[in-house]
Design a protein around this ligand. Sequence first.
Ligand SMILES: [Ca+2]
Ligand SMILES: [Ca+2]
Length: 250
Amino acid sequence: MGKKIVILLFVLLGIYFFPIPVFSAIGPICQTLQNKISAAYDSTCGDVNYDPVADIDKDKDVDLYDLTVFNAKAFDEAWCQSRLDDTSVPCAIGPICQTLQNKISAAYDSTCGDVNYDPVADIDKDKDVDLYDLTVFNAKAFDEAWCQSRLDDTSVPCATPPPPTFGLINPLACNTIPECIEKIIGFIFWVAMAIVPIIIIIAGFLFLTSGGDPEKVRTAKRIILYACIGLAIILLAKGIISLIKAIIGS
Ligand SMILES: [Ca+2]
Ligand SMILES: [Ca+2]
């Protein structure tokens, strides 16, 4: 009789001190919620593993507080279900990050040279706005200071286009229009220097062989005159270029 009472007392004490294994196995719904909290633990809005369902108190992060609240309710399947049903998202994107997001959307899938390419939207400055930029943004979308720093960074990663070249006169090896003009006039000058004496010799020959024919004499005089005028124009053009260069000091 006394032995039975002692055994009964031990059983009652055992139930009193170790009740959980007997009465409180975690249910499947709360298990699901616990798994979500574990997966999202130590994350905040914007993190890849952040899960608004796991953020029990909806304060934009999943931390010890959420776990503590869950542990207190871990055997209340109805409560766990209500948490699973509440898929509201506490994260709200701020106005600065919204501006940046708009820029990324507008420039999405563009590269240097495209009309809609925007260096501000090219977060990693690799000359295109693509999924990588969007992914980096999404991870920081709730960090207004970071978004501002991106908006402030207007540096352009694109290489500056080479100076325009003039294909038609490029054999003269010039890159700018004034340079090209100078080279062309220089070329004409040297051609004229070779041709003018020949023209004058021809005119002189005509003059000598005119035999007093006034028409031939006039022609010879005219050839000499035009050759001299042409030479004067070329000398003048070359002189003007030298003068301009002297004035602008290049
Ligand atoms: Ca929380
Ligand atoms: Ca990029």
